[in-house]
Unconditional design. Structure first.
Length: 318
């Protein structure tokens, strides 16, 4: 009496099981296309609602109530009173002014230096050096904000900081970088430029690679002026990337918290207290979540308005 090997039986069962699964998937696609679509986009929608929309809705809710962490049993509805308090608070506008000052200083510098690096990397030749440079540009972006703040503390320390060691080697007196209001703000600007200039250069370099080679070569044969080639040939291809840089870097700068908090804690005094640090102070040290949420919603509205202005006035199709 013959018998069927166990291995052959298992292979037959696996094949029949896979066939049945394929048949079920095929029937779902044919008879229930909506279920198939929901199966694919459902997890992404649930994640978006959980991570993004849910906290935003809760922030809007708390901004309309007196939501004190010390008294969560009583959260009366206040309407727009928290927003009126924020908009009439001069401390809020001072923090917003410092944040906008930081944005106005660092963003143009990042774009200008990033453009220079991108143009240098776009030149033909030295492929190995260009590859190493591109890899090295990723290091600042991969460094977390908190680590950058710690680097700032070590670099600008008045006693053993690298910067003061170099200044002393040149024969000058050490500078109190972190303890002086103006110098502390300069230190924050420096490290933000160091961290995010590579991002601007890589985005602009990607835009330069979109320029047709024959068009660029023809333009260089017509003129040796690099500014003419950049303005009339390359710049139209850089506009989408430049718009993305403006939107992303504006949003990142407006919500900058970790690096500044680690380096200066917003000090000395309130010299480096950006709007994000003020929201954290009001919400978690003052325990007024309603007022902090109103400040955060106003900051979000400002970010959206600036993003729309960038798209309206800068973005152009090639």
């Amino acid at each position: 009496m013959g018998f069927t090997p166990i291995g052959r039986i298992s292979k037959t069962l696996n094949y029949s099981t896979s066939q049945s699964k394929d048949a079920v998937v095929y029937m779902l696609k044919i008879r229930h296309p909506r279920l198939t679509c929901l199966a694919f986009i459902g997890p992404a929608v649930i994640s978006l609602l959980t991570i993004g929309i849910g906290p935003l809705a809760f922030a809007v809710y708390t901004s309309l109530h007196r939501y004190q962490l010390t008294n969560l049993r009583r959260t009366p509805f206040l309407g727009l009173e928290n927003y009126q308090t924020v908009l009439s608070d001069y401390v809020f506008w001072e923090a917003m002014g410092r944040t906008m000052k930081l944005l106005i200083i660092v963003l143009p510098i990042q774009i200008i230096i990033g453009m220079g690096i991108a143009l240098l990397l776009h030149k033909p030749g030295m492929s190995v050096l260009r590859t190493l440079t591109r890899l090295s540009l990723v290091i600042p972006m991969a460094t977390t904000y908190a680590v950058v703040g710690l680097l700032g503390q070590v670099t600008f320390n008045i006693k053993y900081g690298v910067v003061n060691q170099l200044i002393g080697f040149l024969g000058f007196a050490p500078v109190n970088w972190i303890g002086d209001p103006n110098n502390a703000f300069i230190a924050i600007c420096f490290w933000d430029i160091w961290q995010w200039t590579p991002f601007c250069s890589l985005v602009l370099l990607a835009g330069l690679t979109m320029v047709p080679v024959e068009v660029e070569e023809a333009a260089r044969l017509e003129t040796r002026n690099w500014w003419t080639v950049l303005r009339y040939v390359q710049f139209p291809f850089l506009i989408p990337g430049l718009t993305a840089i403006l939107i992303l870097r504006t949003a990142d700068t407006l919500k900058l918290f970790d690096m500044v908090f680690t380096m200066t804690r917003g000090g000395p005094g309130s010299a480096t207290e950006l709007i994000s640090l003020m929201i954290q102070r009001v919400g978690f040290r003052g325990f007024d979540q309603g007022l902090a949420s109103a400040q955060a919603i106003i900051l979000l509205a400002l970010t959206i308005i600036l993003s729309q202005l960038y798209i309206r006035f800068f973005y152009r199709e090639v």
